[in-house]
Design a protein around this ligand. Sequence first.
Ligand code: F0G
Length: 480
Amino acid sequence: MSKVKLSDGTSIPIEMHRVSTIHPIRLIPPAARVAALDYAGNCSYNLRSEDVFIDMLTDSGFNAMSDAQAGAFHLADHAYAGGEGYYRMADTVQRMLNKRFFLPVHQGRACEHMLARAFVRQGGVVPTNFHFGTFRTQTGFMGGTVAEMLADKGRVTTGSDPFKGDFDMERLRAFFDSTPRENIPFLRIEAGTNLIGGQPISMDNIQEVSALCRERGVRVVLDMSLVMDNLHFIKARDPKRADMSIADITREMADAADIVYFSGRKLGFARGGGICTNDEADFKLIRGFVSCYEGFPTFGGMSSAELEVMRVGIEETMDENVVSQGPDFIAFMTDEFIRHGVPVVTPAGGLGCHIDANRFCSHLAPEDFRGASLAAAIYIVSGARGMERGASSEQPAPIGIESVAPMELVRLAVPRRVYTLSHIMYVIDRVVWLYEHRELIGGLRWEDESVERHSFIDYLRPTSDWRERLAEVFAASGLE
Ligand code: F0G
């Protein structure tokens, strides 16, 4: 139970934990937020965290630890090689994901790096439901490309399909028919498809894709970074799996893949990552790269203490109250925004509530970076930082050239166990205020148009004094 019904019949998400360690936060005045944006080049990533009131940039590694995790932190065996924590983690991986071999790495993108090094060659093409930025970049570094196979239902911000992260099977079959087998290093499935609004993929689709790959002799790689939300959605939206436990759904999903990797910043509430497989030859191949680029393969660039924390975090993920907390808060935000007419991605997905900046800022031109502008405006009126998911964080997207970003979103992430419902309600209120004053939002431009690779870090300048004006109108309205 992570929702309760109030006596007036409404339902609210409720935290199934209490708090014992706290971190003070502060809200600086609107004018100081404009100055903070100057320092940050108007990019929410570049803000100093002490200038942020509610940090909804990401849930990555920004999770509260449970008491069990805090305790496990001190179990760490800091041995350079063969630490006990590695074996404890490998046992957990065997039990939860049914994979015999485990390699820790320092975070999710390091998994992508290792897989690209191990398998991608010049001219290689990796089919996937949808790309993730770092994955596409690292595949590109090795001379490969990514081919997106997302079903059309996932390419729009509206709709009510429960599984918008599904592959288009026809497109995938056509891809296999037209691409030489030796040019396909592996197929990548992303659970909880990040860049289209944290939309889940269905188990049926995963199994269909996996069966087709096995028929064609193509390795299946599953990115489980965002699996927590996806597990929740399968249980809640797939009638065939409504009675299954989270652990059984997890195992069923992992069984469809030859290699599973994940960001432990997301799955595991820690700061690390991991690659898991039953294929000994693949394990040994990848291990060689881990040893060279990450660290000795029994710690792989992670601190031994974080390895213990990640293990306990993954075990906690099997608890329905833990997996549902994020999606329930996100659904609450999404419903409230819909009630007030604020354009959001529907149905509510995982990771965060995703605002459709194209519709929110339809008065701006696409080259105004609607997503980045909206993220800056939200910070001015709330002190909350979201993340632009659109043209300015995809690369390269020079002005005048159509962006590779199919959507312009601002994600208000809900890091699990970190914020309470009053924080969420405050952010909703300020975004609704902003929507009612949206004509005050102006555009942004690259500070330096010659920079080719942005990798989330942009420096943008405003096209006018709209930020100062927005801060003035907001302050004059009597809000703080
Ligand atoms: N795969 C997916 C689906 C992700 O969402 C991320 C990170 C990674 C891989 C890379 O993991 O950050 O540990 O290196 N997503 C973060 C986010 C950045 O907030 O969207 P990492």
